[in-house]
Design a binder for this molecule. Structure first.
Ligand code: AMP
Ligand code: TRP
Length: 330
């Protein structure tokens, strides 16, 4: 039995990087009849300062976007992390198994703390909470973008370490990192990951961007002087990035795209790319606005939390028993 679990943090407006690395994969995996759990990791978002009102809105936004993009609540369990208290509790237990040294080697922590006077201790231990998220559901597969690879390796290490030291409680999960779309880069600089924390708003495309804005941003995207639509990450990273975005949003191969634009300049390619992205996002935006303020969404999230908690509490109890905590028969 394959069990898939993943989530997108409500720490900023959703951009198309999250589609390439995460949502696109969630949809494909849901089709394959795996047991799927997709959650909103709000406890992860507060590792950096959040405005409470904005956090509340963004949490509901991400959940609404899951559904708007096609995650089916009848097939997948959709829930908010903080609604299942077992996450925080197993997070603490797993912190006792994590080593300071291995956490110090996490590149995302290094990047996020670089140049800051103070960062929260939760930002440092964040990968342990992520491990708890995954292990609570005995997930076998975790679809993520490339930037989460190291965190997944740590999850695997922690699961194996716990199983070895106490008894086999946890499934050791596999990451699923797609070849295409797992590393969508900034439109203004192909050396940087596309991210909503970039101060240049032209560097990313948001889920909520209108077709006009998408056209404007793609028109401004950097390319190169060769004028050939060809994927070659070593020599043409900016154009390769645009081709990959096209491939993910049109569900086409890189080769198909390259041959379609043979002898055609970047102008026509960019206009079509903007159309392809807008065509994918427009129905998602429509469905999002129908569902985001609805009772239906609240009901889905409440049901999801009840269902998730059943599994999570079962695993948590096993972990506590294995560690020697007093647990009365339940
Ligand atoms: P986050 O919004 O940071 O919680 O990321 C949610 C998911 O999207 C994670 O699986 C990330 O690895 C993935 N992701 C975020 N940014 C990108 C990007 N620029 N390209 C590909 N995947 C991304
Ligand atoms: N750390 C992930 C990110 O930054 C989000 C996340 C939290 C996650 N817990 C998870 C992803 C569990 C997959 C599985 O994108």
């Amino acid at each position: 039995m394959k069990i898939v679990l993943s989530g997108i943090k409500p720490s900023g407006e959703l951009n198309i990087g999250g589609y390439g690395g995460a949502l696109h994969q969630f949809l494909a995996l849901q089709q394959q009849q795996f047991e799927c759990l997709f959650f909103v990791p709000d406890l992860h978002a507060v590792t950096v300062a959040q405005d409470p009102n904005v956090l509340r809105k963004r949490t509901m936004d991400i959940a609404a976007y899951y559904i708007a993009a096609g995650i089916d609540p009848k097939k997948a369990t959709i829930f908010i992390q903080s609604h299942v208290s077992a996450h925080a509790e197993l997070g603490w237990l797993m912190e006792t198994q994590a080593h300071f040294g291995e956490l110090s080697r996490m590149t995302q922590f290094k990047e996020k703390s670089n140049g800051k006077d103070t960062v929260s201790s939760a930002l440092f231990t964040y990968p342990v909470l992520m491990a708890a998220d995954i292990l609570l559901y005995q997930a076998t597969h975790v679809p993520v973008g490339d930037d989460q690879k190291q965190h997944l390796e740590m999850t695997r290490d922690l699961a194996a370490r716990f199983n070895q030291r106490f008894r086999p409680v946890f499934t050791v999960p596999e990451p699923i990192i797609q070849q295409l779309g797992s590393r969508i880069m900034s439109l203004d600089d192909p050396a940087k990951k596309m991210s909503k924390s970039n101060p240049n708003a032209n560097s990313y495309i948001l889920f909520q961007d209108s077709p006009e804005v998408i056209h404007k941003k793609i028109a401004k995207a950097v390319t190169d002087s060769e004028g050939v639509v060809r994927c070659d990450w070593a020599h043409k990273p900016a154009v390769s990035n645009l081709i990959e975005i096209y491939a993910v949003f049109a569900d086409e191969s890189v080769e198909t795209i390259e041959s379609r634009y043979k002898g055609v300049g970047y102008g026509a390619f960019k206009r079509d790319l903007a159309d392809v992205i807008a065509a994918k996002l427009q129905p998602i935006q429509r469905r999002y606005s129908e569902i985001v303020e609805s009772d239906e969404l609240i009901r889905i999230l409440k049901d999801g939390a009840v269902k998730a908690a059943e599994t999570a509490n079962r695993t948590l109890l096993q972990a506590k028993q294995a560690m020697g905590f007093v647990t009365w028969a339940q």
